[in-house]
Ligand binder design. Structure first.
Ligand SMILES: C[S@@+](CC[C@H](N)C(=O)[O-])C[C@H]1O[C@@H](n2cnc3c(N)ncnc32)[C@H](O)[C@@H]1O
Length: 641
């Protein structure tokens, strides 16, 4: 029999830990995560609290205040603000329709990615959806170096991938079980908030393991007043049978950046709900449904002006309100409605009067509720992956596409950006493509996903996927193709009716996070000065290309990653145009650009121009770029990297 044995502990028991545990069974509230003498974090006792539990008097101790904190909080706050010396390197071969697409897939740690996007996407994202590790005790958490020092890490069972990324299993018995999770998520949420538009909204999937800590963190970061809702998604049809009260739901915590400015959409009526509105009398206002013309009386008192007979103009029959009510409107208003054929007396003209409620007058949709039992269960998510990848369980517990699609319908209007920085299998991207197709919308996605290794014993690995990021990218490629095929088939069938549907944007640009392109020192795009030309050394790493430089420039200049990019050659020199419609930027990273070419660039009068330090070093007489641009295009901001 292949039995898995528990490991024999090859050391004496930790009695202190046992004592703490025993006290914890009596007074769970006094157990805290604290640094020990060696600095390592373990479970310990808040003696002030314990003393308080053991006396009837108020114990003098630390000052009381309402706070939410954990070990490492301050460090994680500092981390959110620390700059990174990294960049996003374009990967055209892994991208789809690079030239035309507006979607972005970033491979790497989301903390780095969120920092890199700070300028370009500041106040730009309408909706964020994330599905972070729930901290179930079995989750692998990315070890940001600030969370755990290396000595400590060595003791943990972790895996290190090619890039040296470290994942560790955050078991419930670890002293910093909650603290590390909070330290992981806190700086990411802080950075993500900066990217949200003022009208924007963030949805976070979570379960009971961390929902309370998440709420506290979000209250702190987004402000308690910006809490929107806690959605309960019924994710299982039947409860698990190993619990007395079986959990059937997940939470989706919703916050916004500013409740005053938040814009969300009402829920669309279903086809079935709309079909209740009909137009049997061909009313010029369109379809209607009979609604109540009676109002229940308040406090047992009739309002005499609302108690009168309504006469059916065709039959002459008089109708009084029933015993417990008034009419909703006074006599004059009802006469007016009758004249406009807005009162209904039943199919046979014999019924009690009703008010015609017109579809065109009711709200554009209905109110959403916090109880989501109208979207599929989580098993549907796995089925959708099988539909895409054949009979393969490539990803554990992906969210069902329709769940995310409903969130998108709630959060996005027509042409907006959705960000998911725990992208996993890219369900959010798939849902966005689907929605764009169904609603003829133009939403763009930004997915961020760590190249987390697929363990060798998984079906994903056997199918050739080395990382989760690879699964996510392949899913988007295939989902896009499915949509394209579907549209082509629909168009083939409707050739007679004309109006073929065009295929929406099913592409995406792939970027990978890597160390900065610059040697040793990080050069941000500084104002170009003539002196910088003197005595230059080439400051760009040898393996970096024009494109690498170009996108680093975009990020430091705060330009978006989806802008149109074209190239042209002028006298053998490669000129890059970014957003040529608006002449936003021209770049040339070649060396020894002659004056003639520089003049041609200046004559194009771009808003911004960027060159490489080394562009001029061997030029005869060292070009007077300053002079050239001042004369030919004084409004261009010129910079070098
Ligand atoms: C619960 S899954 C998301 C599943 C996703 N909603 C879906 O439907 O496929 C969380 C994902 O976040 C990724 N992740 C964890 N830490 C990350 C980090 N620091 N940066 C980027 N991705 C990370 C994990 O690799 C995992 O795939």
């Amino acid at each position: 029999m292949n039995k898995k044995f528990d490991k024999l502990p090859m050391k004496s028991p930790d009695l202190t830990a046992d004592h703490i545990k025993q006290i914890g069974t009596l007074f769970p509230q006094v157990i805290v995560e604290i640094p020990g003498e060696d600095g390592a974090i373990r479970k310990g006792i808040d003696f002030d609290l314990l003393r308080q539990e053991l006396t009837g008097e108020v114990v003098e101790g630390r000052e009381e205040r309402y706070e939410f904190t954990w070990v490492g909080k301050r460090r994680s706050m500092v981390e959110a603000n620390r700059p990174v010396h990294k960049t996003l390197r374009p990967r055209i071969s892994e991208s789809k329709d690079w030239e035309n697409t507006k979607n972005v897939f970033i491979e790497g740690d989301n903390l780095d990615a969120l920092k890199l996007l700070q300028e370009s996407y500041l106040n730009s994202v309408k909706m964020i959806y994330i599905d972070p590790p729930y901290n179930t005790g079995n989750d692998f958490i990315y070890n940001d170096t600030f969370v755990m020092d290396s000595n400590e890490y060595d003791e943990e069972t972790g895996v290190i991938d090619e890039a040296g990324n470290r994942m560790f299993k955050n078991g419930k018995d670890r002293g910093r079980y909650h603290s590390d999770w909070c330290s992981m998520l806190y700086p990411r949420l802080k950075l993500a908030k900066n990217l949200l538009r003022d009208e924007g909204v963030i949805f976070v999937s979570i379960d009971d393991n961390e929902v309370h800590n998440l709420r506290k963190m979000m209250d702190e970061i987004f402000g308690e007043e910006n809490f929107v809702a806690n959605i309960i998604w019924k994710k299982r049809s039947t409860p698990p049978n190993d619990q007395i009260i079986g959990t059937q739901h997940d939470y989706i915590i919703v916050y916004c950046k500013n409740t005053q400015l938040l814009s969300l959409n009402l829920r669309k009526r279903s086809v079935e709900q709309e079909s209740r509105y009909k137009n049997p009398d061909n009313h010029p206002k369109g379809p209607w449904t009979p609604g109540d013309l009676m109002a229940n009386i308040k406090g047992g008192r009739y309002v005499s002006s609302l108690y009168y007979p309504i006469t059916n103009p065709r039959t002459g029959q008089e109708h009084y309100p029933s015993s417990n009510g008034n009419w909703r409107y006074n006599n004059e208003k009802v006469d007016f409605l009758i004249q406009n054929n807005e009162i209904y007396f039943g199919e046979d003209d014999q019924g009690r009067p009703k008010l015609k409620r017109f579809l065109c007058d009711v709200k554009k949709g209905i109110t959403w509720t916090t109880l989501w039992d109208f979207v599929p269960f989580n098993t549907k998510g796995s089925q959708e992956m099988i539909d895409i990848f054949g009979n393969l369980a490539t990803f554990e517990n992906p969210k069902p596409k329709d769940l995310i699609k409903e969130l998108l319908k709630l959060g996005l209007s027509r042409e907006e950006i959705v960000l998911d920085f725990f992208a996993g299998s890219s369900t959010t991207a798939h849902a966005t493509l689907d929605l764009n197709y169904e609603d003829s919308a133009f939403h763009k996605f930004i997915m961020i996903q760590l190249p987390e290794h697929c363990p060798e014993n998984t079906e994903a690995f056997k199918a050739g996927f080395k990382t989760i990021a690879e699964i996510g990218k392949e899913r988007i490629r295939r989902a896009g193709e499915q949509i394209k095929t579907q549209i082509e088939q629909e168009n083939a069938q409707s050739t007679l009716t004309g109006n073929p549907k065009s295929v929406p944007d099913i592409g995406f640009r792939v970027f990978k996070i890597d160390d900065t392109n610059m040697k040793d020192v990080y050069y941000s795009a500084t104002e170009y000065k003539q002196e910088t030309i003197e005595g230059l050394i080439d400051n760009v790493k040898e393996d970096r290309t024009d494109l690498d430089l170009l996108y680093q420039v975009l990020l430091s200049w705060g330009l978006k990653l989806d802008l149109t990019h074209t190239t042209e050659t002028i006298d053998k020199f490669t000129i890059h145009h970014i957003d040529p419609e608006n002449n936003s930027l021209i770049a040339c990273f070649d060396s020894n650009i002659p004056e003639e070419v520089m003049r041609k660039i200046a004559l194009m009068k771009p808003l911004r121009a960027v060159f490489r330090d080394g562009s001029f070093k061997d030029s005869p007489g060292k070009l007077n770029i300053d002079g050239i641009f001042k004369t030919l295009s004084p409004n261009t901001t010129v910079r070098v990297i």
